[in-house]
Design a protein around this ligand. Sequence first.
Ligand SMILES: NC(=O)c1ccc[n+]([C@@H]2O[C@H](COP(=O)([O-])OP(=O)(O)OC[C@H]3O[C@@H](n4cnc5c(N)ncnc54)[C@H](O)[C@@H]3O)[C@@H](O)[C@H]2O)c1
Length: 360
Amino acid sequence: MKRYLVTGGAGFIGSNFVLHLLRAHDDVRVVNVDALTYAGNLENLREVEGDPRYAFCQADIRDAEAMAAVVAAEEPDYVVNFAAESHVDRSIEDPGIFESTNVGGTVNLLNVCRAAWERPGGGVGEHRYLQVSTDEVYGTLSLDEPDTFFRETTPLSAHSPYSASKASADLFCRAYGDTFDFPVLITRCSNNYGPYQFPEKLIPLMIHNAVHHEPLPVYGDGLNVRDWLYVEDHCAAIDLVLRKGRIGEVYNVGGHNERANLDIVETIIRLVSERLDDPEINDGLITFVEDRKGHDRRYGIDAGKIAAELGWEPKTPFEEGIEKTIDWYLAHADWVERVTSGAYKAYYEEMYGHRGAARA
Ligand SMILES: NC(=O)c1ccc[n+]([C@@H]2O[C@H](COP(=O)([O-])OP(=O)(O)OC[C@H]3O[C@@H](n4cnc5c(N)ncnc54)[C@H](O)[C@@H]3O)[C@@H](O)[C@H]2O)c1
């Protein structure tokens, strides 16, 4: 049986990952450690609340004592660090929290795991630490060179405070591997989409606004390009890298699916309009707004290494993934409503508040 400690498991990708693990493996223990910031929502994990293989613990990855206690109690084989501040726009407004959580929190977690795993005679046994990183650490590519892609060897060249914090964390992870022989792995993935994404991010925001006939704000000329991957495919990649990846390596993860933001928005408008049979949901809702500061033009990822070494390929074509995603948001209007109104925080209080802050 493998024991996983998942940080940030109440967020978008983390909660999909927890659900993925419990569906994919019978003999597994999954402990979700999350501080429950505005982005953490335990409602995402409602279906596994009673599962004896799963436990939740509210804690901050920057809290050395709390993290050491949970690692000592749970003795995880694998630690997967999703916990982060993840929204580029927020990092432009308030860079400090990104440095604190994404860099300081990661270093704290590395220290806690190192202390727990290091053996007197050297080595760390079968343990593995996986840092969930992003393609944004590589900086930007040009639209004029569509055949150029980020490889694992591409120098880090972050531009936003968010990507700078993620790149710093990656460097600390690599340094712990090189300096302390710490068993670290890093995945760098492109943009994810799918169920349970906080509706401040592009795809759920556009679905929400389209449904409500509200303007769909598009940065600049709308031609910034991102690679999009269905979240379930990312979860499968992370689990595979944890179990089979070579320690010390970085693995890029991507969808072979580059699209301009405007293309994404137009696709959402068309599909939502069709599903709701509502002609008032149309391109007239698109509103171009002042470009994001330092907006990277294009991200394009070469995921050839993980394909060649581990046999991972994205399984969900974009056309299928975006339809599934839109259908999920339309079917879960109550979830979206609770998140946008802030009412989801009351759910935690109701479920866990009276039992004390931390539960393992
Ligand atoms: N969303 C993407 O497209 C994408 C792509 C590549 C990589 N990533 C990376 O994947 C990870 C998860 O991204 P996401 O989109 O699910 O983010 P998210 O914002 O939806 O979730 C982040 C989670 O981390 C928790 N958290 C924040 N600060 C914490 C702290 N100090 N201690 C404990 N928990 C804390 C939050 O409560 C939340 O549950 C991040 O590290 C992000 O950089 C995201």
